[in-house]
Design a binder for this molecule. Sequence first.
Ligand code: F6R
Length: 259
Amino acid sequence: MEIIIQADAQHAVRLVARLLENRVRNKDSTVLGLATGRTMEQVYEQLAGCGASFKQCCSFNLDEYVGLSPDDPNSYRHYMQEHLFTKIDIDPANTHVPDGNASDLKQAAEDYERLIVQAGGIDVQLLGIGEAGHIGFNEPLSSLVSRTRDKCLTPTTRAQNAPMFGGDINRVPTRALTMGVGTILKARELILLATGSAKASIVAKAIEGPITSMVSASAIQLHPNCKVVVDEAAAQHLHGREYYDFVFANEPEWAAYRD
Ligand code: F6R
């Protein structure tokens, strides 16, 4: 795992957008794993403006609320249409978001796993982290080998996402269909982005704490090709930053990304 600490959220976002742009430009048919949430909005704005073609790309989103239709303004399908898909040249048929509105969620979950395999697996998976320690909507105690399934959301997560529902936690769905931790770990590369002081303590637990299903994001420690990009605010509780900064300043692979 490599930890890249940037001065502020703007620089962290820019670096992640550049990494993704690089992956898209280097392989015609990149299979992108995508996340939603406030942290990613600026990433998608930059990616949409980067000029790369996504014509041959295909995408799989991490999760979707159960019970929201794709055109519901709070659905993650709607979020993706608004923030990315309508702004790039990706074929809409190649964009996938779990079907949280399916009558048979178990079947929808199995179908989603199959589609990922048929696409050749995910090349690069973008991740945020929730205050409850989740990646995707893998709430505490999610099995570290879990696959796509529906999951009950924690009060912490519902409170975190309430602002998107007019500040009313009761309007936030109680369940979501999410890729599992095991599904995420199958991606060939992981890039986790976290910004802001509200994420500082959970970021430190996920990166430097023990691997535990109580913090599903800690499972990224098991991945052989994982990058974590944080701003100073989210990095404030990290103990090993002297080493992380040294790696970023010296490793040749990062030369193009140092400002
Ligand atoms: C959403 C997702 C979540 C978010 C996380 C952070 O698709 O996978 O894990 O990445 O909840 O959300 P924000 O960025 O809103 O803090």
